[in-house]
Design a protein around this ligand. Structure first.
Ligand code: SAM
Length: 384
């Protein structure tokens, strides 16, 4: 299984849009037929769809890059041939993000100075100018780009802590117990440090005001219970492909998949990587279901065990989801008031806008949608 199958909403569109789910059965069949007859057609479409999402999510530069690739990639050169001849589903494989990430990595690492001269923070370049620099870079860095295309994008969006925060506060208010935190799909573990960041929720502050990581989402609706007593007794996470915030290669990897014209996200990511690099989080290199089954057995009295995840569920095979759900529910049935369990998750739910922050709390097992929020945490609409 690819670690990142569908185009991640972390920096892209929901997979069902890219894969054409939601269209009529007739349209889907016709589309599949044309795709077979005209190789490269669905790749170009995936780039166009990605461009639309970049427009909507505030990345005109990446939108331009994807549109240019959609129209001008040609199979005469090695990279063009690889991209246009992509053997599996380009949308599900987040191919446009792989392509944009490869170029951004070259820019960030100083290997493509001519291209860097056209990248943000420079003004949006003329399309012809950008495409000639992209062509030159593809020719000069064919091996690097081909290698990068082969691996799925990996992100760790620290803005999601601003979405989770309200959920953690709701759990603290309801249980008044210290937390044992378990994050599945933690990537580099940046959202394991959610309680060390500075928050500004529509003018109201929470957290460590001196933190270099500052999160200020546009907040609508009421505020979560900001005075709830938050204490973290233990924290750990797991990821099939854990990244090390202190490793330059892993840092470049994470930075390269942030869109180049979103400097505030890049700065925030760098600050969070520095924080995690200096105090490495405890992340097991493990499958979520295996790891959680064993961790759920370890809880001590007088703590609330909080299992949480953000934009992970869509990447898990059905069998893994079922195992996770079963083990969480089994532990939930054994929960007591002094040994409660919380399941907090921010995931795509097929609705719009954004994704849903959902909380299930045991004993009782009541489930509530606490908020809807943008995938990068730029806005939160709190329903509490
Ligand atoms: C889109 S990223 C989200 C990362 C992080 N939760 C965030 O919101 O920034 C999905 C993460 O899930 C991890 N993942 C995918 N399948 C997994 C599995 N079976 N067990 C553990 N982690 C997995 C990936 O390696 C990746 O780091």
């Amino acid at each position: 299984m690819a670690t990142h199958p569908p185009a991640p909403p972390s920096s892209a569109s929901p997979a069902n849009v890219l894969s054409g789910h939601g269209a009529s059965p007739f349209r889907r069949t016709a589309t599949a037929l044309f795709d077979r007859l005209l190789p490269g057609r669905r790749v170009r479409r995936a780039f166009r769809v990605q461009a639309e999402h970049c427009d909507k999510m505030g990345s005109p530069f990446t939108a331009l890059l994807c549109r240019l690739a959609a129209h001008r990639l040609d199979a005469g050169a090695a990279v063009g041939a690889t991209v246009l001849g992509w053997p599996s589903h380009p949308g599900n494989d987040a191919l446009p993000l792989r392509f944009a990430g490869a170029l951004h990595a070259l820019v960030l690492s100083g290997r493509a100075p001519a291209l860097a001269g056209l990248y943000p923070p420079h003004p949006l370049p003329r399309p012809d100018q950008l495409w000639s620099a992209v062509l030159a870079t593809m020719a000069a860095e064919t091996d690097f780009i081909q290698r990068t295309l082969r691996s799925p994008p990996q992100t760790n969006e620290v803005g999601r802590s601003a979405i989770l925060l309200g959920g953690f506060l709701a759990i603290a208010a309801a249980t008044r117990l210290p937390f044992v935190l378990s994050e599945i799909g933690a990537s580099a573990g940046l959202n394991m440090f959610w309680d060390r960041f500075a928050y500004d929720l529509g003018g109201t502050k929470w957290g460590d005001g001196a933190s270099p990581v500052r999160l200020a989402p546009r907040w609508t609706g009421k505020l979560p219970p900001l005075d709830a007593p938050v204490e973290v007794a233990a924290r750990a996470g797991c990821d099939l492909n854990r990244l090390n915030a202190a490793d330059p290669k892993d840092r470049l990897r994470l930075l390269s998949y942030v869109w180049a014209d979103q400097p505030e996200r890049i700065a925030r990511l760098r600050a969070a990587l520095d924080l995690a690099g200096a105090d490495p989080p405890d992340i097991a290199a493990a499958d979520a279901a295996d790891w959680l089954e064993s961790r759920l057995g370890q809880q001590t009295e007088a703590t609330v065990h909080v299992v949480y995840h953000t934009i992970v569920w869509q990447y898990l095979p059905a069998a893994t989801r079922a195992r996770l759900t079963d083990s969480i529910q089994a532990r939930g049935r054994a929960a007591t008031r002094t040994r409660p369990l919380a399941w907090l998750r921010f995931e795509a739910d097929g609705k719009a806008p954004g994704g849903a922050l959902t909380l299930t709390l045991w004993p009782g097992g009541a489930t509530r949608t606490l908020a809807r929020a943008d995938y990068h945490g730029s806005w939160v609409d709190w329903a509490g």
